[in-house]
Design a protein around this ligand. Sequence first.
Ligand code: NAD
Length: 333
Amino acid sequence: MAVIEGDGIGPEVISSTVKVINAVKGIYRLPIELEFVEAGLNAYKKYGTNLPKHSQNKLADSNCVLKGPTTSLEGFGTELGVPVKIRKSFNLYANIRPFKPLPRVNNVARLDAIIVRENTEGSYSGFEYMISDQVALGIRLATRSAAEKIFKIAFNMAKNRRKKVTLAHKANVLKATDGLYKEVFLQEAKKYPDVTAEESHIDALAGWLILKPESYDVIVAENLYGDIISDEAAALVGGLGLISSANVGDNYAMFEPVHGSAPDIAGKGIANPIAAIMSFKMMLEWMGYPEAANCVEAAVIKTLNEGKNLTPDLGGTGKTADIENEIILNLSK
Ligand code: NAD
């Protein structure tokens, strides 16, 4: 497996995760080898690109990648961010983000849901143009095939959960792009008669997520909506420091915390590593090691329950290294 440490707090949370990986490898005798890959702002400063060719080759030689957050350059004409490049080049069409109430965490709302976000098109397709210095134009892409793939994933996930899928859309305004997604969603829903299919305008859903979190099971959304409601959902269940994700395609996958490089706390040793560690847990499931995955999750939950050395985002005064040690101690128990 490949590992990208990333920027800002990336190296801090990935360092903790690598220690957890080594401990889990030891307990379960897993044949996992780590291959570190240069990517992000540091690579950009060194090579003039955030994902140089040798890094792309290393990724292509691996079966999956654990990625720390990378800082994106802003400004028209700057290159795409690392996650967007990897999602596009390996066609990682589904971004899966689980949310559930965790012990001792400030759960603003009891949300137990999975967001399945389309990962390759929508407003993030990269079709943006400066027409003049007064006018910018962006083109939003929606395809039947991408929609079918994420709806299939969403319905199959719901079958093993509380059997409900909600499509977030704005087809009343975006009649072609979101209209196509809605049409495909309603067609796909007919193949899953035991799953309730519901559709909701994204703006209304943003409110209902706070007011009636228990009414959601699997939420499926195009790229931009999924990105935004993921941060909202994260805030409802304790913050970005806890939320993991899997970016999956047919033959490759990338696992990364939902949070960014958090420049405001980088270098202070206080970043919460749980999101990155739980991303590794999702990777273990994808690799076919459910027992090891359960062990990682159980260690995280036990650590939260014990409440010792929690990081400041969880209301504690602990450091990244402290909570990492607690989790590693709890792995073998
Ligand atoms: P961010 O997620 O980095 O930070 C938002 C807030 O959450 C900050 O206050 C931060 O301190 C806090 N936070 C985030 N992760 C935390 C953790 N593990 N522990 C404790 N607190 C944590 O979002 P941003 O400020 O919008 O973005 C910063 C940079 O990260 C930007 O360059 C952005 O493009 C990039 N980014 C990258 C990814 C990715 O690589 N997948 C995702 C999102 C943002």
